[in-house]
Design a protein around this ligand. Structure first.
Ligand SMILES: O=C(O)CCC(=O)C(=O)O
Ligand SMILES: [Fe+2]
Length: 260
């Protein structure tokens, strides 16, 4: 059996993460943890997984619903079944990808959801973005608001069901653009506007399974895509209120994105 100090990712996975800027990883939580977390999402969404009529409802208790994207946002949830996804194996994988000692990272404190409801649009590939772009925060491009981030999928995502799109290797071309004019691109807000003009190649539409975690780097080009299927797509990211996370990547209230 693995002990808590042993690595979980292979050298190949780590090398690919550095080369391509991202890595989709399965098995960082048990099936039982993933199942409990999915059930927690159904509860929060005030939906019955056995009754498709409930799947298009916007839950009363949501913090935000953006109709244009069909996204249901809850901020700062500390539901036990969702927080259980921050397993030792997950924290070990993050440490490995960052090149930090295993066991040295502070754990996240809460969850931010980005659940996608079905939209009545023609599905198409999105345009790439980098994170940290809201004008109100004016995040600096360097060193950027995070080194690594993680998206947790808590439902199986089918083709056109709200998979995140990833541009492999895009972080290098986006960094080159940023470095080509440090004044014009001092802020991610301005850098992001010019990203669609780069030739980043074809994106990959990821179709993750429940319990999979997508890791990506600062300056990695990605974006969500519409969910045109009836089943909601469940996805979450972690929040933290510690001074360092809050000051590097403040999000809402006293929460920042967890930025180890
Ligand atoms: O909804 C998605 O698949 C991706 C959302 C996104 O771009 C993000 O959380 O940074
Ligand atoms: Fe993003």
């Amino acid at each position: 059996m693995r002990t808590a100090t042993e690595p979980v990712l292979t050298d190949d996975q780590i090398a690919l993460y550095h080369k391509e800027g991202y890595q989709l990883v399965s098995g960082l939580m048990s099936e039982a943890i993933a199942d409990q977390a999915e059930q927690a999402m159904w509860r929060l969404m005030e939906m019955d997984p056995a009754d498709t009529d409930t799947w298009s409802r916007v839950p009363e208790s949501a913090d935000e619903f953006t109709e244009g994207r069909g996204v249901v946002i809850f901020n700062g949830l500390q539901d036990h079944d969702l927080m259980a996804c921050a397993t030792e194996d997950y924290l070990t994988a993050v440490a490995q990808l960052l090149g930090e000692p295993i066991g040295s990272l502070h754990p996240p404190e809460a969850v931010h959801t980005q659940n996608l409801l079905q939209r009545d649009v023609e599905w198409s590939l999105p345009r790439p973005h980098v994170d940290g772009i809201p004008k109100m925060h004016m995040h600096r491009t360097f060193p950027g608001p995070y080194r690594i981030t993680s998206l947790f999928y808590l439902s199986d995502v089918e083709h056109q069901g709200g998979g995140t799109c990833a541009w492999p290797g895009s972080q290098r071309k986006i960094r080159e653009l940023a470095e080509s004019d440090p004044v014009a691109y001092e802020h991610l807000y301005d850098l992001n506007k010019d990203i669609p003009s780069l030739d980043l190649g074809e994106p990959i539409e990821l179709t993750p399974k429940r319990g999979d975690v997508l890791f990506f780097q600062h300056l990695f080009g990605h974006n969500g895509s519409a969910n045109v299927l009836p089943k909601p797509r469940f996805m979450m990211r972690f929040f933290c209120s510690c001074e360092r996370c809050y000051s590097t990547w403040k999000k809402v209230d006293h929460w920042g994105h967890w930025a180890p």
